[in-house]
Design a protein around this ligand. Structure first.
Ligand code: UT7
Length: 360
């Protein structure tokens, strides 16, 4: 039996934060990632493929964003399909079955349906019932928020094993025409998943060391999908379609400026809360919205560029799937090894931003 943790678990730096739940013998209860998986649809869409459909060019996209290609699903594939593939791989890597899970948390901005949450569809596809299933709708910061939610439940003893998935199908919701070109070129489809398990560890042992979450709703309409919604006379109508409100809209400049500022702040907050410096971090898994954003954060914080793991050239922005996809890719390519200190940070629609620091 795990000892019960505190009723609430404040964040590092906040009064009363416990470094973990001590068991009296110098060990802590931490959430640890025990399996990682990912899924990328096989169809590659290059910048030239997009330039054949809309007024854009490979040169513009590479120069402004660093994106060279992205993956897009076939019409019949859903977010929960991608989530299932990533989750199955993560469960296998962890050496457990779906029936061992106490909780499924799925972060997405592209749910299969308006309700119920896509975590429920994923649970059914995993062939299990009974455990909690929860959606997180925090866009590009979704995976960080979802890991933080799982971390609280695991450290307090509410559950022992959680599946956290980030999955997105963007391609079906984009305005792939010249008026929508600013957003159409940025996004890709994909999914990443981790299994998190609560366990005892030494203070310098593996696990999630901290998470920090933030939001500023005054930026909500700088990157949003206006319709459908209950804000209108009808949830969906011909009028809304005519006004093209079913397509995402973005103030690219405002997102860019805030992303650089907030991601840098989130990294500083994460390392400071753990008594570390940015030099102590072996690998940065940043959200991948624009290579220039990550280069600016790298420069602002004086990070070693080789410690920042970027995937945007091949996968584009996969929103909530980005960080677990990157984690899996880093593992697969030998960039992520046992004992490393890893910092994940993200910024996105909401505005939302946050970080997680962990030892692998
Ligand atoms: O997770 C959050 C997701 N979003 C982001 O992170 C986006 C953050 N913002 C950005 O990355 C950049 O603002 C963009 C890459 C979206 C745009 O780059 P920019 O340097 O800020 O370009 P801009 O919006 O100022 O547009 C410059 C020009 C415009 O033409 P005019 O008005 O100067 O004639 C745009 O119409 O580029 C045009 N443009 C394009 N041209 C070719 C916009 N999109 C495209 C395109 N291809 N896809």
């Amino acid at each position: 039996m795990l000892p019960l943790g505190p009723a609430s678990a404040p964040q590092p730096g906040h009064p009363g934060y416990p470094p973990g739940v001590a068991d009296g013998e110098g060990f802590l209860i931490r959430a640890r990632i025990t399996g990682v998986g990912s899924c990328l649809p096989p169809r590659v869409v290059t910048n030239d493929d997009l330039a054949a459909l809309i007024d854009t060019s490979d040169e513009w996209i590479v120069q402004r964003t660093g994106i060279r290609e992205r993956r897009w699903v076939e019409p019949e594939v859903t977010t929960s399909d991608l989530a299932l593939a990533a989750a199955s791989e993560a469960l296998e890597a962890a050496g457990i079955g779906a029936s061992d899970l106490d909780m499924i948390i799925l972060a997405t901005l592209s749910p299969d349906h308006e309700f119920p949450g896509t975590a429920c569809f994923l649970q059914a596809k995993l062939g299990v019932a009974g455990c909690a299933a929860l959606d997180v709708r925090q866009q590009c910061t979704g995976f960080i928020y979802a890991v933080s939610v799982a971390d609280q439940f695991l450290r307090t003893g509410f559950c022992r094993r959680a599946l956290v998935v980030g999955a997105e199908v963007h391609s079906k919701g984009l305005d792939v025409s010249t008026p929508g070109r600013d957003l159409a070129v940025l996004f890709g489809d994909g999914a990443g998943a981790v299994v998190l398990e609560a366990g005892e560890t030494a203070a310098d042992g593996p696990g999630i060391l901290s998470t920090h979450l933030h939001a500023d709703g005054s930026g909500a309409t700088d990157l949003w999908l206006p319709a459908p919604g209950m804000a209108y006379e009808r949830f969906m109508s011909a009028d809304l379609l005519e006004r093209r409100l079913q397509f995402p809209q973005m103030n690219g400049r405002a997102v860019y400026v805030n992303a650089v500022k907030r991601m840098a702040e989130a990294v500083v907050e994460a390392v400071a809360a753990n008594g570390m410096k940015v030099e102590d971090v072996d690998l940065f898994l940043f959200h991948q919205a624009n290579l220039r954003i990550n280069e600016a954060v790298t420069e602002r914080l004086g990070l070693l560029p080789e410690r920042v793991f970027n995937t945007i050239d091949r996968f584009a922005n996969t929103t909530a799937a980005t960080i677990p996809l990157g984690m899996h890719e880093a593992l697969r390519t030998g960039r992520l090894e046992k004992g490393m200190v890893v910092c994940g940070a993200a910024f996105g629609s909401g505005f939302t931003w946050g970080s997680m620091l962990l030892r692998w």
